[in-house]
Write a protein that binds this ligand. Structure first.
Ligand code: HEM
Length: 582
């Protein structure tokens, strides 16, 4: 059979199959081993036989060979009686031999920039390659690179041109000075599929549609009035959480899981009007979506190579998630319609259905638009609040002084009361500083959400071309010693006489972003963090499981567009002030 393939049908089997890597790495496969078309291969093979590997040439290299063998012999001689890695030495011999005969000398550096598709930027920024991104979470790797290459870097990730900024000055340039130019979002495969062609608010490109939907978000869905109208839901869900911890007094419980459950039930009820039976499936879909939309996947790095999206399995996985999601969201809308909840307020689906019925918009609202937006709200509301509660509790457990101080504040404020409501939380000054500090070190979106440049702009002499993707590493800025004293320590007191706000006026502190695309859910998000934390501190004393010290709690982060802690937080709750029976 071997003879059949290699001799009898030699000519028929003369082609090599096409590989993506070969096409990219070997300049369209024009190298001899991977001929992409016959004539080129014939010519190059002839050059090889007659010139490169001719008997004359092979003889010519004998001095190099002699020299390299000598080096190897010397090495073995000098390490007489020692155990040495012979494989490594033989590899070194072969590579030095080939290097000198191919390039005429040893090479000082290995060329790493292989993915060079686009011409260089008009004014050259430090250019890096995708390889640098391997081996870490993007915001951490980008912080390390910024230390080396400066506060503005250009990375060529496959076909995507990316500019990352890592200083308050540069962040201000992107988010304020050139806010309008950077007001769009890049196209992502997952956003297109999961968010109904990007017709949500988060991933919608800048334009009239986005303006309309963001206005609806601000005025109808996340207005102060609406956030207040969710008070009773919040109170109810916090009570459930308190009941859970009370019923598991003295036991070690997965607190992270409980915080996530609180946030998702809270957001679920505010968005859909009730707790869904498919809530767990929806949570899983949010987690999947968070990974899909990170923007560093092969499909987002090579957007034009559509076959690759299928080949790497990414498209299939996103489509599966989309089908699952669509069934759940369609059911929710139909249920609302069947129950005649078109004129209702009280939850976001009802409000959107009312607006759809009222009409009068430049872009009439469709079922798909509603599905895209409610998935936005559920995703944005759940992950961000639960991660913030979790990181804040972790930091308080790691810093017992902070925990005692925050607890003392709540308990003194509401001394003797069975419980308290949301309005009272306004007075808890120290707790607010604790949350502020937690958001400095652990912003749920460490790179905010990616922007896309709608026109060519100039930043400090660097010309940023149209369609460049922009990222602000707010995580790195928030822990930079240049802007924060004792930057890595958890010290809520640092904000005591520092009036930085959440709306993005201070570019060293941007947990909610800044400018036209900043977070419209700040009030809703913070309400979902302050109140549960205040209640947890008021009702319980918290301990770590036996044998675990505060310093044992590690701060390793997990992958995904929202940056949660990798491990779950396990705690033991001891009721401080048992509630009276209702
Ligand atoms: C602790 C809670 C939260 C944090 C830290 C947070 C943070 C952020 C950040 C950093 C952005 C990107 C801003 C930018 O690109 O400059 C964003 C966008 C957004 N957030 Fe939030 N968020 C939180 C809660 C919420 C909640 C509860 C909702 C709604 C239920 C929400 C809805 C949105 C939406 C719709 C956008 C996209 C805005 C646009 O592109 O126009 N967020 N958020």
């Amino acid at each position: 059979m071997v003879k059949q393939v290699l001799q009898i049908h030699d000519l028929a089997f003369v082609f090599r199959p096409k590989f993506l890597a070969v096409k990219i790495l070997f300049y369209n496969g024009t190298y001899i081993v991977f001929p992409s078309y016959e004539n080129s291969w014939r010519q190059m093979r002839k050059v090889c036989l007659v010139e490169s590997f001719s008997v004359k040439n092979v003889k010519l290299f004998r001095f190099i060979r002699q020299d390299e063998v000598l080096r190897m012999i010397e090495f073995f001689q000098s390490s007489y009686r020692e155990t040495v890695n012979a494989t490594k030495m033989i590899y070194q011999f072969a590579s030095s031999m080939n290097c000198r005969s191919t390039f005429g000398k040893y090479l000082k550096l290995v060329i790493k920039e292989t993915f060079r598709f686009h011409p260089p930027l008009p004014v050259l920024l430090p250019r890096l390659s995708m390889f640098h991104l391997l081996g870490g979470l993007p915001h951490q790797v980008l912080r390390d690179l910024a230390k080396k290459y400066g506060p503005i870097m250009h990375l060529q990730l496959g076909e995507v041109s990316l500019v990352v900024v890592t200083s308050p000055d540069m962040a201000k340039q992107v988010l304020k000075t050139h806010d309008l130019a950077f007001a769009s979002r890049p196209k992502l495969l997952a956003a297109d599929i999961l968010f109904y062609n990007g017709t949500d608010v988060v991933f919608s490109p800048y334009g009239e549609y986005w303006k309309q939907m963001r206005k609806i978000c601000l005025l109808e869905l996340l207005s102060a009035k609406n956030v207040k109208s969710f008070n009773s839901i919040r109170q109810d869900e916090v009570l459930r959480m308190i009941d859970f911890f009370q019923s598991s007094t003295g036991e070690t419980v997965n607190a992270t899981k409980k915080f996530y459950q609180f946030s998702s039930s809270m957001t679920c009820r505010a968005t859909f009007g009730k707790v869904l039976k498919e809530q767990d499936e929806l949570i899983l879909l949010v987690k999947k979506a968070s990974k899909f939309v990170e923007g560093f996947d092969v499909a987002d790095i090579f957007p034009s190579l559509k076959f690759l999206h299928v080949l790497c399995g990414m498209k299939g996985k996103i489509m599966d998630a989309h089908h699952e999601l669509d069934v759940i969201l369609e059911n929710i809308i139909n249920e609302h319609k069947n129950n005649g909840e078109l004129g209702g307020e009280g939850n976001l689906v009802a409000t959107l259905l009312r607006l759809m019925k009222e009409g009068g918009f430049q872009f009439p609202i469709t079922n798909d638009n509603i599905k895209a937006i409610i998935f936005d709200m559920f995703g944005a509301g759940t992950e961000t609040s639960s991660t913030t509660i979790d990181w804040t509790m972790v930091e308080m457990m790691r810093n017992p002084n902070v925990l005692s101080k925050a607890q003392a504040e709540v308990r003194n404020m509401f001394r003797g009361k069975e419980t308290f409501d949301e309005n009272d939380v306004e007075e808890l000054k120290y707790l607010k500083l604790v949350v502020k500090e937690s958001l400095r070190l652990h912003p749920p979106f460490p790179l905010l959400l990616p922007r896309e440049c709608r026109e060519e702009v100039d930043i400090n002499g660097y010309t940023i071309p149209l369609k460049t993707k922009g990222m602000v590493n707010t995580w790195a800025i928030g822990r930079d010693h240049k802007y924060w004293s004792d930057a890595e320590s958890f010290k809520p007191e640092r904000f005591e006489h520092n009036y930085m706000d959440f709306v993005g006026n201070n570019f060293e502190y941007l947990p909610f972003g800044s400018g036209r695309r900043n977070c419209p859910g700040i009030s809703f998000g913070l309400a979902n963090v302050y109140f549960p934390l205040a209640q947890l501190l008021y009702h319980f004393d918290w301990k770590l499981p036996s044998g675990i010290k505060p310093s044992d709690l590690d701060l390793t982060e997990s992958a995904g567009v929202t940056c949660a802690r990798k491990s779950n937080l396990y705690l033991i709750a001891a009721p401080h002030q048992p509630r009276r029976q209702e």
